[in-house]
Design a protein around this ligand. Structure first.
Ligand code: ADP
Length: 584
């Protein structure tokens, strides 16, 4: 049943090891079951959301490009339809007449005027009739690019060009057959209404829409950089025949130096223009990036919070467990001590009892011999006195043995306690008065630090004094080899009782001895000086009074014994409950 102290040490080491593995296991578990899933979920959301939002944004730009392409196409288609309607619904004869053409021109421009001028031409590029602000009647158009294209295709819309008048404009023209020849109805468009369709579109701070022809020449004026008929700042070779969305990055394309931008483009069928809807990448993705950054921040904060909370709570848990274990260890040690004392107590009582009998017999024998000596026999006087002296020496030794057995019996708690009201400060004062002389002669001063508010309580004053004598006497012995020192005796009220401490500045107790000093017969003092019973008797006295005794010591610096006594009800004490506890 008893646990040797070295075994307890091993157990403590094992426990400490167990605590640290427990700690790391809990941390790993927290990581595996909360942080890692959080990272996986957070990362997936992040990736999914980024992809989703960038798809959405791409879609938006593509829609913008398609929508505006259709607007422009419709606008231009309507203009050529106007011309076709007029060409096919009037005869050449009527169209050739200047007044008729003027009337037609007026009808076409009713409402919002889209046409700047209108002319009827023959297949040689000569005007037959012309309505408009310029004097173009005599101009020969047979050499112009649009004339050739128009004659070939039948319907034609030109790119933006300067022409004879030196202002950017677009020519739309249709041909119709009459009298076995081809005739031309041609008009110039006001470019403003058409340009407004794209130039007025604003997307954020940096977004814009513009048109370029196949060669990358601007057909409208962009919001930023470049004017109409300038070269657009676009690497045209990157745009395929199919509509699409590109991210232009100066890092990726050598011949592109503008900031990174997202560009959606859509090709018009006729004329072959490309409609561009673009915005700086950073602006377009700002909100997405904000959201993503907030997400990542939240993720990081959550991870850190989980870790911190886990670490703090696990640490706390381990601290609590450690405290419990420590308490358990102390309880174990006390148990070991108590059972040791109990068995030794039984033994000592038995031995004392057994010795007492022979001692009484020896004493009785002594008396018989003494009586014989007194009889008037012829005994040599010298021999007689020697015999009597020896007898009295024997008496002395027998009495000494008696005292020892008495002590042993007391240790075994066979001697009855006498309960009384104890004023602990006075009780200590009496002991100090007794010890002061011995202390002074060793150069040691006794200091008192008493709590004056302590009220008397029921206990065994003489046993307590025995304990204090033991402690103070040990403290004085601990100064051996030191010329001076201090022993401080303090009392304090605690919630359920009183605390008495004896601290000294002596040699201290080596760690290895700490667990053994309460063992009976453990002593480091020379034979004849120490019995090793002082502390074990003190220990059992305090235990019987319901208290406990504790030691702290630093080798070379000093030792402090602390006794805690609870105020117990008289019934409990009289009950002998504490006595029984030790005897078990
Ligand atoms: P003894 O005093 O007869 O040796 P104790 O049971 O009173 O027996 O003490 C046991 C041992 O504990 C002592 O021999 C000593 O080594 C150690 N000891 C007790 N009190 C002190 C103290 N105040 N300072 C240093 N050692 C002490």
């Amino acid at each position: 049943m008893e646990k040797p102290s070295s075994e307890i040490h091993h157990v403590m080491h094992a426990r400490r090891h167990m605590h640290s593995t427990f700690y790391s296991r809990l941390i790993v578990l927290t990581l595996v079951f909360s942080v890692i899933p959080l990272i996986v979920v957070g990362w997936s959301i992040y990736v999914y959301y980024s992809r989703f939002s960038s798809d959405r944004l791409t879609e938006y730009f593509r829609d913008q490009a398609q929508y505006h392409r259709r607007l422009i196409e419709l606008f231009l288609r309507e203009r050529t339809s106007d011309l076709e309607l007029m060409a096919y619904s009037h005869s050449l004869k009527s169209l050739q007449k200047q007044e008729n053409l003027r009337t037609i021109f007026g009808v076409m421009n009713r409402g919002e005027p889209f046409f700047e001028d209108l002319g009827v031409q023959n297949d040689q590029g000569k005007h037959l009739a012309y309505v408009g602000p310029f004097d173009l009647m005599d101009k020969d158009y047979s050499g112009t690019f649009w004339f050739r294209e128009l004659m070939e295709r039948g319907v034609y819309i030109s790119d933006m060009f300067l022409g004879y008048r030196g202002i950017p404009h677009i020519i739309v023209g249709v041909t119709w057959p009459e009298e076995d020849r081809k005739w031309i109805l041609r008009a110039t468009l006001f470019t403003d209404p058409f340009r407004a369709l794209v130039e007025d579109v604003k997307m954020g701070k940096t977004g814009e829409i513009y048109l370029v022809n196949r060669q990358g020449v601007l057909q409208t004026t962009p919001r930023f950089g470049g004017g109409i008929l300038d070269k657009a700042p676009l690497p045209m070779e990157l745009f395929t025949e199919k509509d699409g969305v590109l991210v232009l990055d100066p890092m990726q394309y050598d011949n592109y130096s503008s900031p990174r931008q997202i560009v959606a483009y859509a090709w018009l069928s006729d004329p072959k223009w490309m409609l561009v809807a673009r915005q700086d990448y950073d602006e377009a993705f700002r909100q997405v990036n904000h959201a993503n950054r907030a997400m990542l921040l939240f993720l990081h904060i959550s991870i850190v919070a989980i870790l911190v909370v886990a670490i703090i709570s696990i640490r706390h848990m381990i601290r609590v467990i450690r405290k419990r274990d420590e308490k358990e260890r102390q309880l174990n040690m006390q148990l070991v001590q108590a059972s040791k004392l109990a068995s030794l107590g039984e033994l000592a009582a038995g031995v004392a009892h057994e010795i007492n009998n022979p001692l009484s017999i020896i004493l009785a024998g002594n008396q018989v011999i003494r009586d014989c000596c007194e009889e008037p026999t012829k005994l040599d006087e010298d021999f007689k006195s020697m015999l009597l002296e020896t007898l009295s020496q024997m008496d002395g030794q027998v009495l000494r043995c008696n005292t020892i057995t008495h002590n042993l019996l007391r240790f075994a708690r066979r001697s009855a306690s006498v309960m009384d009201d104890v004023d602990i400060n006075r009780c200590l004062e009496e002991v100090i008065a007794l010890m002061e002389k011995r202390a002074k002669s060793s150069g040691i001063s006794l200091e008192r630090d008493f709590d004056a508010s302590l009220s008397p309580f029921l206990s065994d004053p003489s046993q307590l004094q025995q304990v204090f004598v033991n402690l103070i006497s040990n403290a004085i012995d601990a100064h051996e080899g030191k010329p001076y020192g201090t022993i401080r005796i303090a009392t304090r009220a605690t919630v359920p009782g009183v605390e008495i401490s004896v601290s000294d500045t002596g040699m201290g107790i080596p760690e290895g001895n700490l667990e053994r000093i309460f063992d009976p017969f453990f002593t480091t003092k020379p034979v004849g000086k120490g019995t090793g019973l002082g502390l074990s008797i003190s220990y059992s006295i305090i235990q019987n009074l319901g208290g406990d005794i504790e030691v702290e010591s630093t080798e070379g610096k000093g030792t402090k014994f602390t006794i805690r006594l609870p105020f117990l009800s008289p019934e409990k004490l009289m009950d002998g409950q504490y006595e029984r506890k030790v005897k078990k």
